[in-house]
Design a protein around this ligand. Structure first.
Ligand SMILES: NC(=O)c1ccc[n+]([C@@H]2O[C@H](COP(=O)([O-])OP(=O)(O)OC[C@H]3O[C@@H](n4cnc5c(N)ncnc54)[C@H](OP(=O)(O)O)[C@@H]3O)[C@@H](O)[C@H]2O)c1
Length: 331
């Protein structure tokens, strides 16, 4: 390959993201310098946090720069190396962005073992989304056997892992997802005890039926009405891991009415950013890797074909068109 494709942020969204916010570029393959590694990316991960980075507002991380390659997790293969730690043919996890190729100095690159775990899973259940589920569940929700936990966006990359880990810890796991097909998957394939279809029109009644003993801990991925209905069902001293608020990322307002539950039920809520807890990643990834390798942690992927499909797939992710971990296949 003499050239490769990459996608840069062309403009910041005003309201909902549109394809015009991105620009596809064809650029020459660079020559690597001393200590550098050239990687051919096989999969790009699309994640909801990217939407927040597209805005120039105060947040936990600096905004995505205009005209620079969009940030993103990648897995791929080393095709050139001037770094003694990496050899041509190594499979690696990196943050090389929305790009078919990338150069790294090796510091943000990790070799991965694909003998028992598929390469793409290092962007999902055995990667950042899996760790997010593991962290929120074990460190914030701290559920005990017999408790009821609820997770929203339950069929997705993070939510699917939350419920399965909770089941392994002896909890009643209840998911909330959009549509009958996603809910059937959450119960029949992932083994949750119940899943509420928030699009069916009876959210409050359906959630009450799925949580007859109330809710002891919530893993919140969505916000808005879904979160509000969970608050109304919380048991005393309930815990909430505030992981994401995807219903509001694309500019939608998100009022919350049941704030009184924090007082009356003496609730604890903590927001978290998984990348800030690197000390716990080895422990979490060990558990997740063993579960995936042993077939005890299931996951599903939505795979868009080719880098040019990334903007549409990303817009789809924000609208729930993905079904499982959203990836883009680049090779
Ligand atoms: N705090 C952290 O460190 C951290 C790290 C990773 C991810 N997260 C957060 O975790 C959440 C899930 O991320 P993910 O990567 O696992 O994505 P995902 O669940 O695989 O995909 C996003 C899902 O969100 C749901 N959704 C989108 N818009 C919605 C809306 N308006 N109302 C209700 N549901 C909506 C859709 O599912 P339905 O079809 O079921 O609605 C969609 O499939 C996101 O909020 C993300 O920002 C946080």
């Amino acid at each position: 390959m003499a050239t490769y494709q990459r996608i840069v942020l062309a403009s910041r969204p005003m309201g909902e993201v549109s394809p015009e916010n991105f620009r596809l570029e064809q650029v020459p393959v660079p020559t690597i310098g001393a200590g550098e590694v050239l990687v051919r990316n096989h999969f790009l991960s699309l994640d909801p946090y990217m939407r927040m980075r597209m805005e120039d507002v105060k947040s936990y991380a600096a905004p995505q720069a205009l005209n620079e390659v969009m940030i993103g997790g990648t897995v791929g293969e080393v095709v050139g190396s001037n770094n003694p730690k990496f050899a041509v043919g190594d499979k690696v996890l990196g943050m090389l962005g929305w790009s078919e190729m990338g150069v790294s100095d090796g510091s943000m690159l990790r070799k991965v073992d694909t003998s028992h775990i598929p390469l793409s899973a290092y962007l999902g259940a055995v990667g950042m989304p899996g760790m997010t589920a593991w962290y929120g569940l074990t460190q914030i929700m701290q559920p005990k056997a017999g408790e009821t936990i609820v997770v929203s966006a339950a069929s997705g990359a993070v939510g699917s892992v939350v419920g399965q880990l909770a089941k392994l810890r002896g909890c009643r796991a209840v998911g909330i997802a959009g549509g009958a097909e996603k809910c059937a998957y959450v119960v029949d394939e992932l083994g949750f005890d119940a899943c509420v279809d928030y699009k069916a029109g009876n959210l409050a009644a359906d959630l009450a039926a799925a949580t007859p003993d109330g809710i002891d801990a919530v893993f919140e991925n969505v916000g808005g009405k879904i979160f509000d209905e969970c608050l109304a069902r919380m048991n005393p001293f309930g815990r909430i891991a505030l992981c994401g608020l995807i219903a509001g990322y694309d500019g939608q307002p998100m009022p919350i009415n049941n704030v009184r539950a924090f007082l009356t039920m003496r609730l604890t809520m903590r927001g978290f950013i998984v990348s800030e807890h690197q000390d716990l990643w080895p422990q979490g990834l060990k558990e997740l890797g063993a579960l995936v390798a042993g077939g005890k942690l299931k996951f599903r992927e939505s795979i868009a074909q080719g880098l040019a499909a990334a903007p549409d797939a990303f817009i789809g992710l924000l609208k729930g068109r993905n079904f499982g971990k959203q990836l883009v296949k680049l090779v």
